[in-house]
Structure formats: structure tokens, C-alpha cells
Design a protein around this ligand. Structure first.
Ligand SMILES: Nc1ncnc2c1ncn2[C@@H]1O[C@H](COP(=O)(O)OP(=O)(O)OP(=O)(O)O)[C@@H](O)[C@H]1O
Ligand SMILES: [Mg+2]
Length: 249
């Protein structure tokens, strides 16, 4: 279980997160949705300890990410998590294999033989083993995202975070990535967080949905309850309407 308690984050004058409260249930996938610029990526970076919150607490199981005293303590907590960043964020000069193996090599706990075996297994899971020797620039963005997922899975984390797993992909490849996430979730049973503004597509990979707007959680519900909500902010966002309480642009 991940508990987010009253988390605030400000950049200069801009209050991005204004007291976020959210429980992420264990073994389920929760989608975090909301208009662009509402702080979804900032929240993921705070959960993983890449950014420091100004206030509040984030608990990963029993460990408090926000109470961690230094980078090493944050990295230790983050070791339980796998992350697919918004733009896949592969290293351009490393092969796809070395990219996927990176978290294992970085931790220096395993021998090379074991690293190669685990990495090959994950690349196979995402259908990318045949391309392992290529560089990121030599494959499509959809393939890079697959490798990003393999890299997120390679340490067998019990928590996985996907930031906009199919942004920038054509609908068919985007659909393949969702199917891959759903299949690996079923297979591995991790606690998942998927950030997205694709509604209803994201519902195929999540049990719960939390919507952020203006620095707050406006709704945190099961998918069905979210779809039935009569909150005008939720309704406008779900329908993609221009008119309503959410100001576009
Ligand atoms: N490092 C930073 N320094 C200053 N401002 C930042 C920083 N990171 C994010 N912001 C600002 O915080 C706000 C929220 O950004 P964030 O990237 O979390 O949005 P988002 O909800 O993920 O949007 P999108 O759907 O477009 O990815 C934005 O206004 C952004 O400009
Ligand atoms: Mg984002």
C-alpha cells in the first residue's frame, strides 16, 4: 500500500500540489488522470523520491519516502519500484539490452550471467529480445516504450509506475502497450500506478481511478463509480468537453 498524505509542492509562485491525499491499494492498478499540467508527473516523481515534497508524507509500505534523510535512503526505498518515464528515457548511446539491464548493473548485487539471464527474460516478455543489440535511435517509439517497460520490470519490483505509457504512440501501438501492461500485471501481480489522460482507454488496465485537478484529488473511486460520477469536473474531463468548470488552455 502506498499512502499519500497531505502532500504539497510548489515551484516558485505556482502551487502544483495542494494537499494530495490518496491511498494506492496493494496488488491493484490505480490510474491517476487529469488535464495536462495538473501535477501528475510531479506526484510520481515525489512518490519515487526524485523530487522532494514541500510538505506531507509519502509512505511506501512501512517506509516513509518523505522522511528519508538522504539520497541513499531514498534510493533504497525506490529499489522496490520500477518506473516507466513519460518519454521512455532510454540512454541513447547504450544498446536496448544494456538499457534494460541498467537497474541490475547499477545495484551491483548480481553476477553478469544472472544479469544477462534476467534481462533477456524481460526483453522476451515485451517482445524485444530480437532487437536487443540495437540502439534506441534504431527502433520505433513504441519499441522504446516496450524496452522501458522491460527495464522497469527487470528488478522484479512490487510496485510499478507508468507515466503516460502510450503518449506519442499511434492508437494501435498504444493499445498494444496497454495490453502488455495488463498482461504483466496479471502475470506478476504488482501494485501499479498508471498516469494517463486517455479516457476511457486507460480503464482496461486499472481497477481504480483518481483524478487530479488544481492541486487536489477531485475523485478517487472504482472505475464504474468514476464513470457514474456526477461531479461536473469529472464529467467534463471524461467527455472531453470545452465548456465546463475546467478552463482549457
Ligand atoms: N522542475 C520543475 N520546475 C518548475 N516547474 C515545474 C517543474 N516540474 C513541473 N513543473 C510545473 O508543474 C506543473 C505540473 O507539471 P507536471 O509535469 O506534473 O504535469 P502533468 O500533470 O504531468 O502534465 P502532462 O499531462 O502534460 O504530462 C506544470 O505547470 C509544470 O510546468
Ligand atoms: Mg506528465
Amino acid at each position: 500500500m502506498i499512502r499519500i498524505r497531505n502532500v504539497t509542492k510548489r515551484f516558485g509562485e505556482q502551487l502544483v500540489l495542494d494537499g494530495i491525499n490518496l491511498d494506492i491499494e496493494e496488488g491493484k492498478t490505480t490510474a491517476i488522470v487529469g488535464p495536462s499540467g495538473t501535477g501528475k508527473s510531479v506526484l510520481i516523481k515525489i512518490i519515487t523520491g526524485l523530487l522532494l515534497a514541500d510538505g506531507g508524507e509519502v509512505l511506501i509500505g512501512k517506509d516513509s519516502m518523505t522522511a528519508a534523510k538522504n539520497v541513499q535512503e531514498r534510493l533504497d526505498i525506490c529499489a522496490r519500484m520500477g518506473v516507466l518515464f513519460q518519454a521512455a528515457a532510454l540512454f541513447d548511446s547504450m544498446t536496448l539490452f544494456d538499457n534494460a539491464a541498467f537497474p541490475l548493473r547499477y545495484r551491483k548485487q548480481l553476477g553478469e550471467k544472472e544479469i544477462v539471464a534476467r534481462t533477456a527474460k524481460r526483453l522476451k516478455d515485451v517482445g524485444m529480445l530480437d532487437y536487443a543489440d540495437r540502439l534506441p535511435g534504431q527502433v520505433s517509439i513504441g519499441m522504446r516504450k516496450r524496452v522501458g517497460i522491460a527495464r522497469a520490470l527487470v528488478t522484479d519490483p512490487d510496485i510499478l509506475l507508468f507515466d503516460e505509457p502510450n503518449t506519442g504512440l499511434d492508437p494501435q501501438v498504444g493499445q498494444e502497450i496497454y495490453e502488455l501492461i495488463a498482461a504483466t500485471q496479471q502475470h506478476l501481480g504488482f501494485t501499479g500506478i498508471v498516469i494517463s489522460h486517455e479516457i476511457p482507454e486507460v480503464f482496461q488496465v486499472c481497477e481504480r481511478v483518481a483524478m487530479l485537478y488544481k492541486g487536489k484529488v477531485v475523485i478517487d473511486a472504482e472505475v464504474e463509480e468514476f464513470q457514474k460520477s456526477n461531479n461536473p469536473i469529472v464529467q467534463q474531463f471524461t467527455r472531453g468537453d470545452i465548456e465546463g468548470p475546467i478552463k482549457v488552455g
